[in-house]
Structures are given as C-alpha cells and as structure tokens.
Design a protein around this ligand. Structure first.
Ligand code: AMP
Length: 371
C-alpha cells in the first residue's frame, strides 16, 4: 500500500500528489486511463514508450482493449464512475499509476471528484478541466488569449442574425438548432420539445451564439512543460449524426422530408489546413497556452484542442476548447501529417503525452508534468 489517503473536502493540492509520488516505484510506473474516448492510442503509445498499461473498463466495454491488445491489465467496474472509488484509487496507486485524462474520464469521474477526491497523479493540470466545462470560464480563457469567438446573444428576444443554439449536458449536439429570429427560436424550440430533445427548463439555459459561416477545424496541440513549447500534432473535422447524413439528400427531398438536424459527434475525419494558415494556428496555440499559465497555473500541461470555424476571410473563430486530449486525436493513432513533420512515423497524441511523462521521469522532473 502506498500510504493512507483520506477523502478530504478541500481541493487536492500539488503537495498531496507529490506525497503520493514519493511512495511510487518510479522504475515501475503504469500508464492508466479509463477505457473510452481516446484511450486506445494513449495505451498503445504507452506500450511503445516502454510502459505497462492499464485500462479501467465498464462491464461490457472491454472488448476493444483486449482485441487490440493495448491494455496489459484491465480492471472491470460496473460503471465508469467507480474509477473514483477508494479501493480502485488504492489499486491504481499500488500500480504506481499515472492517469492520462480525456473527455470520458472527466465526464464519468466528475469534475468535483477530480478536484477533491481522486488522489492519483494525473498527467496535466487537473484544475484547468473546469475551465473547458464552464462556458464563461472557457470564454475568459479565449478572451485573455485574444482568440476570436462567435458573439454571444444574451437571450432569444435579442436574436438579430443567424445563430446556433446549443444546450449543455451530456446530450452531445442533439437539440442544437440554427435560426435567425426570435420567432424562429420559438418554433424550433417547440419542435425540439416535441421530439423530447429539450424541455421547458432548457429555454433559460440555451446558449445562443452567432453562426459562423465557414469550415470546421479542430486543432490538436501539445504543450510541453519540459521544453516550454507548443506543438501542432494534428487536425480533424467532426462527422456528425445526423447533419452529415442529411446533406447527402438532394435539396428537393430535404425540403419535402423536413427533417430536423442534430450534431452528435459519431466520428472524425483527419484534415490538413491551407499552409498559409499555419502561422495563425501556431499563434492561437501559443496564446492559449500563455493565457492558461496566467489564469490557471501551471497552465495547459500536455494535450489541448481548439475547435474552430475558419471563414472565407481566412479568420479562425474558436467555439470550444478541450483542456486535455480531444476525441479528434483518434484520427492520428499512428501519425498525422503534422506529427510526421515533427517526429517522423508513429507519433500519436497518446504517445506524445506518455513520452513527456517518460522524459520527465528520467530527468526526475515528474512534478513538472503531473498534478
Ligand atoms: P459543438 O457541439 O459545440 O462541437 O458543435 C457542433 C457542430 O456545430 C460543430 O462541429 C461545428 O461544425 C458546428 N458549430 C458549432 N458552433 C458553431 C458556430 N458558432 N458557428 C457555426 N458552426 C458551429
């Protein structure tokens, strides 16, 4: 057993985590994550970097990790949220585990638990995860970085241009709609209600933002705390149900069928950007990393993503960020054109994250990359 850890009410501090690390056998680390989201390339990357790997899987969801052979060990739990249970945490510490966070880890373990309860060292800044989850904090970060965002419309009555209406929570892009007036908002809200995709309570919490006419680029960055440098490792655009299916229907049939679109991410396409836009892309990443250091020290350690729309004026507008590995990193489980430029073959985001952990460990600087 690696020490006794009581469930505290306060925030987990860096010292708490350093104390856990002191009890670790650093020659025998395990790279662990929740078996979902972008964990396949994290586990594969960890194996390639020479680590033992562990996936915590929900009953019935372990098949990919076994069949692809990326998990040296698997812990099965009834529900993903149990990863936070004291006995699972204890097991993780016994295995000298470093956790790699991702979207499903945050969703299932929960922000409060990650901040206050989950006393296992994690690659990255656990405090910054809240900043990607709360729209006001996310906007503060983007604004500090001087990155353009779609204008926010305060309430439905104020809609005076094409807008995209979004709803919070785990429903993905279901219920999202596009309109350009208060009348349109009322009609479409009612339509979504009929479908059971929104409820009356959603009226107040609807997030209404300017619709940016352009193309989607989700840019996958890595900030190396050891080298103090931001790398661009890949890009994707989303494959969304049912909008990407609907647009295959001829216009005449679309009008006739009058089907409401939804924007639920079910896959991703790898993508490259026009080369002359790359300076802007690096600048956005550098600025966001700098803003994060200032607002949420120690900043964006490791993987992060800026989800953008690029207009025909060649301007990027960020509509969301991920302060950890984003799902679109699955488009380069081997490598992307950009990770190839930087590293040659076989550099996924997962491998890059774990490489930082390996180098930090070898240099006895793990405290620089984990919280
Ligand atoms: P989200 O769930 O926020 O990722 O949005 C779903 C999809 O809608 C994205 O993949 C984008 O293609 C698109 N989108 C989101 N925000 C905007 C916006 N402000 N303007 C235009 N398209 C957007």
């Amino acid at each position: 057993m690696n020490g006794i850890f009581l469930t505290g009410v306060g925030m987990i501090t860096k010292d708490d985590i350093l104390e856990v690390l002191e009890n670790y056998d650093r020659d025998n680390l395990t790279i662990a994550t929740l078996g979902s989201h972008s964990s396949l390339h994290m586990l594969k990357g960890a194996q390639l970097e020479g680590f033992r790997t562990l996936a915590v899987c929900q009953e019935g969801r372990d098949v990919p990790y076994r069949r692809f052979g990326v998990a040296d060990e698997i812990i099965i739990v009834k529900h993903f949220a149990e990863m936070n249970k004291p006995e699972i945490q204890e097991k993780l510490r016994e295995m000298n585990a470093i956790i790699i966070p991702h979207g499903s880890f945050v969703a299932y373990v929960g922000l409060d638990n990650i901040e206050k309860d989950f006393r296992v060292p994690m690659m990255g800044n656990r405090r910054i995860l809240r900043w990607e989850s709360e729209r006001s904090l996310e906007r503060q970060l983007l604004s500090e970085a001087g990155i353009k965002t779609p204008s926010k419309i305060e309430k439905p009555e104020k809609i005076d241009r094409p807008v995209m209406v979004k709803f919070p929570g785990a429903r993905g892009g279901r219920g999202y709609f596009i309109t350009d007036s208060y009348e349109g908002f009322k009609n479409k809200f009612e339509e979504m209600k009929q479908r059971g995709w929104v409820t009356d309570e959603d009226w107040e919490i609807a997030h209404i933002e300017e619709y940016i006419v352009g193309n989607n680029f989700c840019i996958h960055y890595f900030y190396s705390p050891l080298a103090d440098e931001v790398e661009v490792l890949g890009m994707d655009r989303r494959y969304e149900a049912n909008i990407d299916g609907l647009v295959r229907i001829p216009a005449r049939d679309q009008i006739e069928a009058d089907l409401p679109p939804s924007y639920v991410v079910v896959g991703n396409f790898p993508i490259v950007v026009r080369e002359s836009l790359l300076p802007q892309i690096f600048e956005m990443g550098d600025r966001l990393a700098d803003a994060a250091k200032k607002l949420v020290p120690p900043g964006l350690l490791g993987a992060f993503c800026i989800q953008t729309m690029c207009t025909d004026n060649m301007e990027f507008y960020a509509f969301e960020i991920s302060a950890r590995s984003d799902g679109g990193t699955n488009t380069f489980m081997d490598s992307s054109p950009y990770s190839f430029l930087r590293y040659g073959d076989f550099m996924s985001m997962g491998r890059r994250i774990v490489r930082e952990v390996r180098i930090a460990n070898e240099q006895d600087e793990l405290e620089k990359v984990v919280t």
